[in-house]
Design a protein around this ligand. Sequence first.
Ligand SMILES: C[S@@+](CC[C@H](N)C(=O)[O-])C[C@H]1O[C@@H](n2cnc3c(N)ncnc32)[C@H](O)[C@@H]1O
Length: 208
Amino acid sequence: MKQATDVFNEWVHRGKDEGMERGHAPAVKEMLDAALNKVSSNGTAFEFADLGCGNGWVVRMVAAHAGCASADGFDGAQNMIAKAKNIDSKNGYHIAMFPQTKPPKKYDLVHSMEFIYYLREPKVMLQSIHDDWLSNGGWAVIGIDHYAENEESLSWPEALDVHMSTFSEKQWIAMWHEVGFEDVRSWRAGQQSGKSGTLAIIGKKNQK
Ligand SMILES: C[S@@+](CC[C@H](N)C(=O)[O-])C[C@H]1O[C@@H](n2cnc3c(N)ncnc32)[C@H](O)[C@@H]1O
């Protein structure tokens, strides 16, 4: 099987990162609406990170929010990060392999779209997001298109020749509770007729 980061490195040469951006945008917009409402409700500025950021389009979108103090993107595909830096010299873009990369600082909002299931042990990543990446009282929002109920997505590992960890909606949500998230809520984002939509999950790290 190929490494996911090698596959997505190649996609940049063919412009497929921009197709992904267009395809993911409706679900991400819903996810960000929910999450930005949480982190900007008290009027204090927030720090944002996007894990598996691809070409960094979500970093640039959130950086434009009036309450955003800083925005950083992290991805293991060098070409994705090179493209992000080429487009935008203001925000931070970092080559990072997960789950082993530890954050340079804590973030108030961690976002991730279509990344976490490429990992062999997504729960380890979720635990790290909760323990290492988030500040106390911070929020995470994650979008997943490959899940057991989305039958169309079950052929993707073979089609791409890439490992994907397959869980049901119930299993994903249980994982969030197991690693310590509170106020966990899930919904199907970006749903069109006949399609399953993105399994979107949002949750909060305890204030302590
Ligand atoms: C389906 S793309 C999504 C990109 C972006 N979030 C978007 O919506 O356009 C998945 C991204 O996760 C990155 N990725 C996959 N496995 C990774 C790993 N183990 N460490 C770091 N990045 C990884 C890939 O390089 C790729 O850019």
